[in-house]
Ligand binder design. Structure first.
Ligand SMILES: C[S@@+](CC[C@H](N)C(=O)[O-])C[C@H]1O[C@@H](n2cnc3c(N)ncnc32)[C@H](O)[C@@H]1O
Length: 363
C-alpha cells in the first residue's frame, strides 16, 4: 500500500484536534513536561526534542534529525567497552530499520527549513550516520528486558522517542507505544507507518479500535496512543513495560499516574524495565522505586556499574505482588541472613557493618 494511502498516517491537525477535544483542566498535566530550564532551551540546541521549539512538529526529516542528534553517538559508543554479549540479530534488524528511515529522510531533504538547520549539514549527517551504534544501544536494553527469561507477548513502551523499542520488538508481540509530545508523537506515527504499515493502529486516526482492544495470541499490532488515554489498555495484560530516559524527566503527578496505570495493566511477574539517571529528577520529589515497592513491584536486577557506561542505570522490576507493610519495609532495610530462622542481633549488626564498609568498593 502507498504510504499516503495508509489510513493510520496522521497530520499535525489530527493530533491537535484530539488534544483539543480530550484535554481538560483535570488531565492536561498529562500532555507534557513539567516546565523547567531545559524546556526553555536557550543556548544549547534550541531545536532539540525536549525544548519548546523542538516539541513542535516540523517535518519528518527535521524531527528525525533532531531526535537522532539527541542520541549522542560519542556517548553511546562507550558500550563497546562493556562486557555484554548482544544479540546480533537484534543489532541487524534495528540497523536495517534505521537505514530505511534514513533513506526516506534523505529523499525528503527539501522539506528542511534552512532557517532552523542547514540542509547540507543535515544531508551529510544522514549520509555518514552509523546506525550500528544506536542498534547496539537498543540491543543492550533488549538484553536486560529479557533477564527473567519469561515469555513476552504484550509490550508497552512509555515515552517512545524515535520508536527504537518497536524496531527490536518487531515480530510476534503487541506493542503499545505511548507519548504525549507533538513532535515525537507525529514522528512515531510516521516511523511506524513506514516500517510497520500493516501492524499500526493509530489512536488519532482510529479511536474506535481502542474501545475493544483484542490481545489474543495471534495478534501482533502496534497501538500508538497518547498518555492521557492509557486507561483504554486492558487490565492485567502487559508482560513488559519499558521506560527509558523518561520517568526522571516528567512531573511527579504524571509519574504517579503512569505508575498507577502500570500496576493496573501489569500481569503477574510482568517486567518493568527502567533506564535513566536516577539522581537526575528535576521534577520529582519522591523516588520512583519507593512508589514501585508500594505497588508490589520488586527490583530483581540493578546494574552496579557506572551510569555513564550505558547512559543511565538499567533496573529490572518485577510485578511480584510483594506486600508493602511497615514490617516488610524494615525487614528490607536490614535484610539480614537468617538462615536458621532465628533473630540474631549479631548477624544483623554484621550485615549492616559489611554493607557500610563496602560502600563504593568496585566489587
Ligand atoms: C529522552 S526521550 C527518550 C525516548 C526513548 N524512550 C528512548 O530511549 O529512545 C523522552 C521521551 O518521553 C516522551 N515524553 C515526554 N513527556 C511525556 C509524557 N507526559 N507522556 C509520555 N511520554 C512523554 C518524549 O516525547 C520522548 O519521546
Amino acid at each position: 500500500m502507498e504510504e499516503n494511502n495508509r489510513p493510520q498516517l496522521i497530520s499535525k491537525e489530527d493530533f491537535l484536534s484530539i488534544m483539543d477535544s480530550e484535554l481538560n483542566d483535570e488531565n492536561s498535566y498529562l500532555a507534557g513536561w513539567y516546565p523547567n530550564k531545559i524546556i526553555e532551551g536557550k543556548g544549547i540546541g534550541s531545536i532539540r526534542p525536549w525544548t519548546k521549539e523542538g516539541r513542535k512538529h516540523h517535518n519528518f526529516t527535521h524531527d528525525f534529525y533532531t531526535a537522532l542528534v539527541w542520541l549522542k553517538l560519542w556517548k553511546l559508543k562507550r558500550f563497546e567497552n562493556t562486557a555484554w554479549n548482544l544479540d546480533e540479530n537484534i543489532i541487524k534488524k534495528v540497523s536495517q530499520h534505521l537505514k530505511t528511515l534514513i533513506n526516506v529522510a534523505i529523499d525528503e531533504i527539501d522539506e528542511i527549513e534552512e532557517v532552523l538547520v542547514d540542509k547540507g549539514d543535515v544531508k551529510d549527517f544522514f549520509v555518514n550516520y552509523d546506525p550500528q551504534i544506536v542498534a547496539k544501544y537498543t540491543a543492550t536494553d533488549y538484553l536486560f528486558q529479557n533477564i527473567t527469561n519469561r515469555k513476552i507477548k504484550n509490550v508497552l513502551d512509555f515515552g517512545s522517542g524515535l520508536g527504537r523499542q518497536a524496531m527490536q520488538w518487531d515480530t510476534g508481540v503487541n506493542l503499545f507505544s505511548i507519548d504525549a509530545i507533538q513532535s515525537l508523537y507525529l514522528l512515531q506515527n510516521r516511523i511506524y507507518s513506514i516500517l510497520f504499515p500493516d501492524r499500526l493502529i493509530e489512536y488519532c486516526a482510529n479511536k474506535e479500535a481502542f474501545s475493544n482492544i483484542d490481545l489474543s495470541e495471534d495478534k501482533n499490532n502496534i497501538y500508538h496512543m497518547p498518555t492521557w488515554n492509557m486507561d483504554l489498555i486492558p487490565d492485567n495484560s502487559m508482560d513488559l513495560i519499558i521506560c527509558v530516559q523518561v520517568l526522571n524527566e516528567i512531573d511527579e503527578k504524571t509519574v504517579r499516574f503512569a505508575l498507577n496505570q502500570f500496576k493496573r495493566i501489569a500481569r503477574k511477574d510482568c517486567v518493568l524495565f527502567v533506564r535513566d539517571h536516577e539522581n537526575y529528577t528535576p521534577a520529582l520529589k519522591t523516588r520512583v522505586g519507593k512508589i514501585l515497592l508500594e505497588h508490589g513491584f520488586e527490583c530483581v536486577y540493578r546494574y552496579q556499574g557506572l551510569a555513564s557506561d550505558m547512559e543511565g542505570v538499567p533496573r529490572v522490576w518485577s510485578n511480584s505482588g510483594y506486600k508493602s507493610s511497615l514490617k516488610n519495609r524494615v525487614k528490607r532495610t536490614i535484610d539480614y541472613p537468617n538462615t536458621y530462622g532465628d533473630f540474631l542481633p549479631k548477624a544483623i549488626i554484621k550485615s549492616i557493618y559489611y554493607k557500610l564498609r563496602d560502600i563504593g568498593l568496585p566489587i
